[in-house]
Design a binder for this molecule. Structure first.
Ligand code: SAM
Length: 265
């Protein structure tokens, strides 16, 4: 059980947390950074305590902060009190959150998913934008989806930018990463509909039958859903484009699909 004060920008703990902005460091440590009391509260509600809780000297007393401190110490983590310049340096923002948490990353394996536990699941092929991925994880949570499956070479869901965009849902939604081959093998046992989304599809997303748990496949921001994955779907659907835009933003399209599926369930 430890609590200490750190005031030096060159302190090793501060350097270690700053390094979590880098994917390589996140992969080596298996940790990630979540900023703000709201995020910490979401984590605690999911039974996840921070490994390290960093609290600014100016942080105001709050019952949730007391709860976070108690949970951190109970789980064997440490609490570090720091100055405002340290929080600014770590967050790379002028107005940083006054409470930060370092958490263990949590991935779920494909074979741990229970398709019947939710009416909708989202699979993303080579998503590249961390803001899109964080928004999709938040939307999946909001719509009641079971999880988000990252197929192939995707952006890191535990990057600082992606985590910020989740607004805390990173703790609530199962996140899976897998290769295309592993996904295709697992998909053969899927008990419900598998629905791809393509701009060249001829079926409207409103006409498709979403029978049983539905797995929706979304494509990469530039290239769209590849032919190989589209061919593995029971049906491919299109959201009508009525103006001059040729496509929707990936996160927006995912939101429309997720609600179409969960509303139909
Ligand atoms: N140029 C890409 C293409 O040809 O597919 C555009 C990709 S779009 C920005 C990213 C993803 O969002 C698509 O792969 C698809 O999954 C989904 N999407 C966007 N607009 C869509 C629409 N109107 N209908 C169905 N899916 C759409």
């Amino acid at each position: 059980m430890t609590e200490r004060l750190v005031t030096s920008l060159t302190n090793d703990t501060v350097k270690g947390i700053r390094a979590l902005h880098m994917r390589k460091e996140r992969e080596v440590t298996g940790q990630f950074l979540a900023e703000g009391l709201k995020f910490i509260g979401e984590a605690l509600d999911q039974g996840r305590a921070p490994r390290l809780l960093m609290v600014g000297m100016e942080a105001r007393p709050h019952p949730l902060l007391d709860r976070a401190k108690a949970a951190t110490l109970e789980a064997g983590g440490e609490i570090v009190t720091v100055t405002h310049p340290i929080l600014e340096k770590i967050s790379r923002r002028e107005n940083p959150q006054t409470v930060l948490g370092v958490f263990d990353q949590a991935y779920t394996r494909l074979d741990q998913l229970d398709p019947a536990s939710a009416s909708c699941w989202i699979a993303l092929e080579q998503v590249r934008d961390p803001g899109n991925l964080g928004t999709i994880i938040r939307t999946a949570d909001a719509a009641g989806c079971g999880g988000v499956i990252l197929i192939g070479d995707c952006v890191d869901p535990f990057s600082v930018e992606a985590v910020r965009a989740t607004m805390g849902s990173v703790f609530a939604v199962a996140i899976v990463r897998c290769t295309v081959e592993a996904f295709l093998a697992w998909r053969t046992a899927w008990p419900g509909s598998v629905v791809g989304t393509r701009l060249d599809a001829t079926v409207s997303y409103r006409e498709a039958a979403y029978a049983g748990p539905t797995l929706i496949l979304m494509g990469n921001e530039q290239a769209g859903l590849t032919d190989g994955l589209a061919a593995a779907c029971d049906v491919n659907v299109k959201i009508p484009m009525r103006g001059r835009a040729d496509s929707l933003n990936l996160a927006i399209a995912t939101g429309i699909m997720a609600y179409a599926v969960t509303d139909a369930a």
